[in-house]
Design a protein around this ligand. Structure first.
Ligand code: F6R
Length: 236
């Protein structure tokens, strides 16, 4: 695993964007796995900037999101499809037909396979160690499926739902699916992620910390900021 420690969130976002931009320039038909949440917002801002200022072409890009809540209409303001349109899809020339959000676990894996597999997957990490919505206890062999969200995940999503109930179930790419990606970039920022990132990258590989599965993958780049990487000096 390569660990890139950046001084702050802005540099973390720029560093992650550079990795994506380079991959898209090398392979315009890149198959890109994408997260939602707070952490990747700066990355999406930088990618939109690359599209506007450097004419980066996303027309052949294929995307697969990591997860989606169950029971929300695609145009619900809290759905991850809405998030992706707001932060990325509506601002670049990606073709809507090439963007995929997991709405049907049965067909999602087939759709990924038909593209030849995910080239580059970006993931965040929850404070309980989840990657995508693979909550603690998820099997490392798990595939895309419907799952019950952990109480802490529901609580932390609450601030975005502005009083409306947070769905208790979601569809998530499995850990087995994630580990089949050719390259995985983990993004983590801020002091609240410090302890879990240390456990995921440095601790025992265990289903109790789903993100520790990344230690099993041969091609992972962790892009962290100073606050998050405080405990990780020994990895540098
Ligand atoms: C979202 C996802 C989640 C988040 C994680 C961190 O698509 O897969 O695993 O990456 O919950 O969320 P933030 O970035 O909001 O701290």
């Amino acid at each position: 695993m390569r660990v890139l420690v950046t001084p702050d969130y802005r540099t973390l976002s720029l560093t992650a964007a550079e990795l994506v931009v380079k991959a898209v320039r090398t392979k315009p038909g890149l198959v890109l796995g994408l997260p939602t949440g707070n952490t990747p917002i700066g990355l999406y801002e930088q990618l939109v900037r690359s599209y506007r200022e450097q004419q980066l072409d996303f027309s052949k890009l294929r995307t697969f999101n990591l997860d989606e809540f169950v029971g929300l209409a695609p145009n619900d303001p809290h759905s991850y499809r809405t998030y992706m349109r707001k932060h990325f899809f509506d601002h670049v020339n990606v073709s809507a037909a090439n963007t995929h959000i997991p709405e049907n676990p049965g067909t999602y894996e087939d759709a990924i396979k038909q593209t030849g597999g995910i080239d580059l997957l970006i993931v965040g990490i929850g404070t309980n160690g989840h990657i995508a919505f693979n909550e603690p206890g998820s099997s490392f062999a798990s595939r895309t499926r419907e799952i019950e969200l952990a109480p802490e995940t529901i609580a932390s999503a609450g601030k975005y739902f502005e009083g409306t109930p947070v769905p208790e179930r979601a569809i998530t790419m499995g850990i087995g699916t994630i580990l089949e990606s050719r390259c995985i970039v983990l993004l983590a920022s801020g002091a609240s992620k410090k302890s879990v990132v240390h456990r995921a990258l440095n601790g025992p590989v265990s289903e109790a910390i789903p993100a520790s599965a990344l230690q099993l993958h041969p091609n992972v780049i962790a892009v962290l900021d100073e606050e998050t990487s405080h405990h990780l000096r020994q990895l540098r």
